[in-house]
Design a protein. Structure first.
Lengths: 325, 289
């Protein structure tokens, strides 16, 4: 990675914690050349745009992701109900064919509250840490978390209502998520209760699917209503400490979305579908600092932008793999 | 409202303090701050409302065997339900919203389905990934006076095995004759039929019927001249006995007496044929001699 990209990546970590992305102060000569080319050849670009004006957006990655998410959660359900014993437990902690797995945020809450760690919990946490460090941290959010799927559907409802001018998205300060992370960690230490676990929609939904729904799904419903009528994707964007935990885990992950400057027309379709558009600031005209820019750690690797991009400028990338092949 | 006042929650604008901010931007900034506070209040309020059920102590749950003391139990339980999955009689359920911080934690409703130890090895303890249910309580956690069992409990169903005991060191609770006036044995009455009626779904292991598979209590009718169901079905050796006595009317009666061996599993409460149960478990209770 070039020095510029390293600097940007460090800045993207700050962006994950709530900083607003800023315009780059320095752009590499290679990227500069492409920016200038685009500026000076507007007619050619207009023609290219015209050529693929009616291209339909694909749903390839979304479908794959939904299938994975539903399958993962069904595996939990089937393991219990059909007694196939492949993935026993719930998303907070489980056993995959006997191997311990523990959700990183839940495990952290328990460790902070109980202040005593037994071997099994350590093994489970370590396994999951390695898994998501390899697969991309917040990949957990979009590919596994059941709340994410419901929130995506709520988002569709929100966007429909917004189109009808019945609601408008009310943005909230992104630094709040970091505040929540610290507050819930402190609450666990000070009160000795895993306070966040009692309101975690991920845990509540996972248990509701496996063991049957109770009153606690009302809290999840309330969050979804808030997101539909008030603030788009509010929980995942501004509140959920689980997302931040996995985001940090994914900082050095080899799996990420890569942006290629050359073919991009800077139309911004990707930013419209993105849960975390601040990681896509690099696609804004004139902002890319290199011809190829990997997205920051707050990216959930959901692939909506890959599907939405009409020019193929966004793609999945595994660091080192392309060099290897 | 002054022009120079910076919007508190517009970091991009406030970072460049010298740039004048339009009235509209200011208003947007203030609104964003308000919304941020609203979400903060909502989420923290919801989170901390979990305290209420604890403060009012509305719920005193019978926890699965090997559970740490309540506070430590709530601290350490990761709410995954693996204990629920391994229980052969489905005795363990997960608590709901009304339990506050206890939402998603396992408990046993002994009257509906008690823990009868038909798994022999206390599978739920083995399944627990965080040590909330454990054989080996960490040293820094104290053992409450009277919570410790006098010795490892002996399972009657395992009497003839080389290792007939369970590894439990502390009790879940203690059985108590809560309604002596309705107890059939105390009234000198027998019992004939299904202990909890034909519709009762609860299951239990009857070692004489099938050592390994629990059957429905409803499928195992009784015919007893003097009711002794609590003692008869207690899975633990030496936990309940019946003391016979003759009443003023000359009728032979019996009093169920709970001994220190009682682990508080709840089988007596489940099997008791009177409505409501004459003998019940006091969850988390310690032995008082």
């Amino acid at each position: 990675m070039s020095k510029l990209l390293t600097r940007r990546y460090i800045d993207q970590i700050k962006v994950m914690f709530g900083k607003e992305p800023a315009k780059p102060t320095e752009i590499s000569p290679a990227a500069q050349k492409i920016h200038f080319y685009k500026k000076n050849n507007r007619d050619e670009i207009a023609e290219l745009k015209h050529q693929r004006a009616h291209e339909k957006p694909s749903h390839k990655w979304r479908n794959r992701r939904w299938a994975t998410l539903i399958l993962a959660n069904l595996l939990f359900v089937a393991s219990y109900w059909l007694d196939i014993q492949v993935l026993e437990g719930a998303l907070t902690a489980s056993r995959f064919v006997g191997f311990h797995m523990a959700d990183l945020n839940s495990a952290l809450q328990v460790m902070l509250a109980h202040k005593h760690i037994i071997t099994n919990l350590l093994i489970g946490t370590g396994t999951v840490l390695m898994l998501w460090a390899l697969l991309g941290g917040r990949t957990f959010c979009s590919w596994v978390c059941p709340y994410h799927l419901l929130a995506e559907w709520a988002e569709k409802a929100h966007l429909y209502l917004a189109k009808k001018k019945l609601v408008t998205d009310q943005p909230i300060d992104r630094r709040l998520r970091t505040v929540f992370w610290i507050v819930f960690a402190l609450l666990a230490v000070l009160t000795g209760y895993t306070v966040f676990e009692s309101i975690s929609p991920t845990g509540i939904l996972s248990r509701a699917l496996i063991y049957g729904a109770g009153l606690s799904v009302l809290w999840v419903a309330a969050l979804l209503v808030f997101e539909i009528f008030f603030s788009r994707r509010a929980w995942c964007r501004y509140a959920c400490p689980i997302g931040l935990t996995y985001g940090v885990v994914g900082i050095l992950s080899p799996v990420r979305i890569k942006y290629t400057l050359e073919g991009c027309f800077h139309e911004g379709d990707c930013r419209k579908v993105c849960l975390v558009p601040h990681v896509l600031d690099t696609v804004i005209k004139g902002r890319a600092i290199e011809p190829e820019v990997p997205l920051g750690p707050d990216c959930t690797r959901c692939g909506l932008c890959v599907d939405a991009c009409p020019t193929g400028s966004l793609s999945y990338d595994v660091k080192g793999l392309s060099r290897l092949l | 409202m002054s022009e120079t006042k910076k919007p508190p929650a517009a970091p991009a604008a406030s970072a460049k303090g010298s740039v004048p901010v339009s009235r509209e931007r200011q208003r947007q900034g203030r609104r964003k701050t308000l919304r941020t506070l609203l979400l903060t209040g909502g989420v923290l309020g919801a989170g901390l409302s979990g305290y209420l059920p604890l403060v009012y102590a509305r719920t005193s749950r019978l926890r699965p065997p090997g559970a740490l003391d309540e506070k430590a139990f709530l601290q350490s339980c990761i709410k995954c339900g693996q204990c629920v999955q391994v229980c052969p009689v489905d005795a363990i359920k997960l608590a709901d919203l009304v339990d506050g911080f206890g939402v998603g934690t396992p408990y046993i409703d002994a009257r509906a389905q008690a823990c009868d130890f038909s798994c022999d090895a206390v599978q739920c303890v083995l399944a627990c990934p965080t040590g909330s249910l454990t054989y080996h309580k960490p040293a820094f956690l104290p053992v409450r006076e009277g919570a410790a069992l006098p010795q490892k409990p002996t399972l009657i169903a395992k009497m003839n095995d080389p290792e007939p005991t369970l590894n439990l060191t502390e009790r879940m609770g203690v059985a108590r004759l809560a309604r002596p006036e309705s107890c059939l044995a105390m009234r000198g009455e027998g019992f004939k039929g299904q202990a909890r009626g034909a519709g009762f779904e609860g299951r239990m292991r009857y070692a004489a019927v099938d050592r390994w598979n629990p059957i429905r209590v409803a499928d195992h009718p009784y015919d007893l001249p003097l009711c002794d169901l609590c003692m008869r079905e207690c899975p633990i050796a030496g936990a309940i006995s019946l003391e016979k006595f003759t009443g003023a009317d000359g009728k032979v009666r019996a009093r169920p007496v709970v001994h220190e061996n009682c682990v508080g599993c709840g089988v007596c409460e489940m099997i008791c044929p009177t409505e409501a149960a004459s003998i019940t478990i006091v969850p988390r209770e310690v032995w008082q001699s």
